[in-house]
Design a binder for this molecule. Structure first.
Ligand SMILES: [Zn+2]
Ligand SMILES: [Zn+2]
Length: 266
């Protein structure tokens, strides 16, 4: 089975490879197409995102290489839009909407950088309650979907990256399922994101299987993305993710063709 990847980071944000190195890797891997989605600018943390002044250079560079490689690989220009970012509407082929921060009391807490920072957020901003932090995070995901009207919901349950959420508790499951129901009303296309596997944090992608099953029941659609930060990881764990999607009851996943999303049978 041939795959595409729309969630790719390069040296324009916190990725290790250049746009060209990623394209060459995708060709070597016989991929169907490739999309770039460097991090939108976040004023509360500039350590990993694009600088505002680089948006134009990023777009021009990706477009130029898309032209150069047009007979070998379809290449698309996207962006990973954070909850706290503004982007120009229509400037990108597609938008992935993700939540990376909770801001409380003027403090910006990254929720997917480290377990210590996640615990610090729960401790300082939510009186130590992981569930209250989860309510806040998942509420933001649904709100982001409603406001940004993105093409794809990014790493829906990344809050469980470090496996410290009480994933088996009824309350956590209720919070996540309710948020998924609300989110899908605004954007029915979610990514299966293997980024946590590529970087050794997890054995399975986001979202968890019970959420994928619910997404399918609700008529949702899926793309398979690796959230890669290195050209070697463009298709990390994709074959296994396809098998997981079949287990969740999906019969197809979607691939972007420049104009829209087309189903590919699983
Ligand atoms: Zn992200
Ligand atoms: Zn990403």
């Amino acid at each position: 089975m041939r795959f595409s990847n729309l969630h790719t980071h390069t040296v324009f944000s916190d990725g290790k490879g250049t746009v060209r190195e990623n394209i060459e890797s995708a060709i070597a891997k016989n991929m169907l197409s490739l999309g770039f989605s460097d991090h939108s600018f976040t004023a509360c943390d500039t350590s990993y995102c694009m600088r505002l002044e680089d948006y134009g250079r990023y777009a021009e560079h990706v477009r130029a290489l898309a032209k150069e490689y047009e007979d070998r690989l379809p290449v698309y220009l996207g962006i990973e839009k954070d909850y706290f970012s503004e982007i120009e509407e229509g400037a990108f082929d597609y938008v992935i909407a993700s939540v990376h921060y909770i801001i409380r009391g003027g403090v910006c807490y990254p929720i997917d950088h480290s377990e210590a920072q996640q615990r610090q957020c729960a401790s300082e901003a939510f009186g130590g309650s992981l569930l209250d932090m989860a309510k806040c995070y998942y509420g933001m995901v649904a709100e982001h979907a409603a406001k940004a009207k993105p093409d794809i919901i990014g790493h829906f349950d990344v809050l469980n990256k470090f496996s410290i959420m009480p994933e088996l508790s009824d309350e956590y499951i209720r919070i996540t399922e309710e948020a998924l129901r609300e989110t899908v009303r605004h954007c029915r296309r979610f990514e299966v994101n293997t980024g946590g596997i590529g970087r050794g944090w997890r054995k399975t992608p986001y979202p968890s299987l019970y959420l994928l099953k619910l997404l399918r029941e609700l008529g949702g659609e899926v793309v398979i993305n690796s959230d890669s930060h290195h050209p070697d990881n463009l298709d990390c764990h994709f074959t296994e993710s396809a098998a997981l999607l079949r287990k969740a009851g999906f019969t197809s996943f979607s691939v972007f063709d420049g104009a829209g999303f087309q189903p590919i049978a699983l």
